[in-house]
Design a protein around this ligand. Structure first.
Ligand SMILES: Cc1cn([C@H]2C[C@H](O)[C@@H](COP(=O)(O)OP(=O)(O)OP(=O)(O)O)O2)c(=O)[nH]c1=O
Length: 209
């Protein structure tokens, strides 16, 4: 069993979500080109990015600690078009106008890589936005919350009030799907809050109590 992993992400949201699972981890940077390939599906894209980010983090890890690396990626998709992180607030306004009054999909991929092995899961959610007035979009962009967020919004922030319904995974929309992440942790035998009760060192040792 692994007692610790690397989190190949600069995202404070992913750090917070992984903390919720009670995993001990060291946060490291990743360095991976996020340009989609021609005709790549959203599911293939987030899988490729989740694994690519984890693998690209290897040079940032301490060579003496050989641990699994977790990578993740989130993309917003509206009518088949990928909406990534906006380059500025003008692009954010453009994306929010498109999302207003429509249902879009949020795909989040999460991977755990160790040596040659990589395992990956994808979560897909449908998110419906109410109609947003131009004043609301302007006021929201003034907060700068859209920057650094796929689709130019953060459901965990004031933009949570734009969302009339979701069908899927709240943690997946925020950036790290907890259900899928726990599956990977268990497959890779990484210690977390629930597994610690079953970990071998807590079981009675051979030869007595
Ligand atoms: C849709 C949505 C996205 N997001 C964020 C999650 C991700 O951080 C970001 C999508 O960008 P990503 O490229 O997935 O991740 P990142 O560049 O922020 O971090 P890293 O590669 O270092 O792990 O959008 C929210 O915080 N809330 C939301 O509601």
């Amino acid at each position: 069993m692994f007692d610790q992993i690397y989190l190949a992400s600069a995202s404070p949201r992913r750090k917070e979500l992984l903390n919720q699972l009670g995993v001990s981890f060291v946060q490291v940077a990743n360095d991976f080109d996020e340009t989609p390939l021609a005709n790549e599906s959203a599911e293939d894209y987030v899988k490729r990015l989740a694994i690519g980010k984890a693998r690209s983090a290897l040079p940032f890890c301490e060579p003496e600690y050989s641990l699994p690396i977790l990578g993740a990626d989130t993309i917003v998709v509206l009518d088949g078009i990928f909406l990534g992180k906006p380059k500025d607030l003008n692009e954010a306004k453009f994306m929010l106008r498109q999302l207003s009054g429509h249902t879009h999909q949020v795909y989040s991929g999460v991977s755990l890589c160790y040596g040659d092995k990589s395992i990956c899961q994808v979560s897909k959610s449908d998110v419906t936005f109410s109609q947003l007035s131009e004043q609301t979009i302007e006021a929201y962009c003034d907060t700068e919350e859209p920057l650094g967020k796929a689709g130019s919004y953060a459901i965990q922030g004031v933009a949570g009030s734009f969302v009339s319904s979701i069908n899927g995974s709240y943690s997946g929309i925020v950036g790290l799907p907890l259900f899928e992440t726990r599956i990977l942790l268990e497959q890779m035998q990484v210690k977390h809050l629930l597994s610690s009760r079953l970990s071998p060192e807590l079981l009675p040792q051979e030869g007595g109590r």
